[in-house]
Ligand binder design. Structure first.
Ligand SMILES: Cc1cc2nc3c(=O)[nH]c(=O)nc-3n(C[C@H](O)[C@H](O)[C@H](O)COP(=O)(O)O)c2cc1C
Length: 160
């Protein structure tokens, strides 16, 4: 077993969205969402570069990366810190693209735009949890509140 437990892997596969933080040349942070964030193996996360020039430029200079994956309904998640490798050719790239097309379900239209994938070797993981839980509420109650909240937004948008 690697650093990613079965529960972490299940969670990341389910969420399908990670926020990827890198460091710009001037030392400022860069944070952007990657809907292709998923698990590669027991020690690695992966995402596909579809339109992430800033993240890629930063990782070329400095492979340090943090990825946050948070469930907006349960208000829980994980922070993954590690080192990124950009893979743009060879057997590993072919395997990754086959995975995104056949297992992950990335559409062909998007898959054709991927020239590279980013493999992240996770060195540290920390759970992250909303302070709402400090008030003593149960997860069921938090889920109820946020399902209701997003349902209200959906109805407002639909003009219902
Ligand atoms: C929900 C969501 C999911 C996204 N998923 C991806 C992705 O998987 N890969 C990608 O390259 N860009 C993805 N993007 C687009 C990038 O986040 C966006 O182009 C961003 O501005 C890139 O910033 P960067 O160049 O600093 O990385 C996504 C955007 C959103 C809003």
């Amino acid at each position: 077993m690697g650093i990613l437990t079965e529960e972490m892997q299940r969670f990341v596969r389910e969420q399908k969205l990670g926020f990827v933080a890198t460091i710009c040349a001037d030392g400022t942070p860069n944070l952007s969402p990657k809907g292709t964030t998923t698990v590669w193996d027991d020690d690695h996360l992966i995402f596909a570069d579809i339109c992430s020039p800033g993240t890629i430029a930063n990782l070329v200079q400095n492979p340090a990366v943090e990825v946050n994956v948070v469930d907006p309904i349960t208000r829980r998640g994980y922070r993954f810190k590690g080192q990124a490798t950009i893979v743009d050719e060879g057997r590993l790239f072919e395997r990754a693209m086959s995975f995104f097309r056949n297992d992950y379900g990335l559409s062909e239209a998007l898959a054709r735009r991927v020239d590279r994938v980013v493999l992240i070797r996770v060195a540290r993981v920390a759970p992250v949890i909303s302070p709402i839980y400090d008030t003593g509420v149960t997860e069921d109650e938090v889920v109820r509140r946020y399902v209701e909240y997003y349902e209200t937004i959906r109805k407002q948008r639909a003009g219902v």
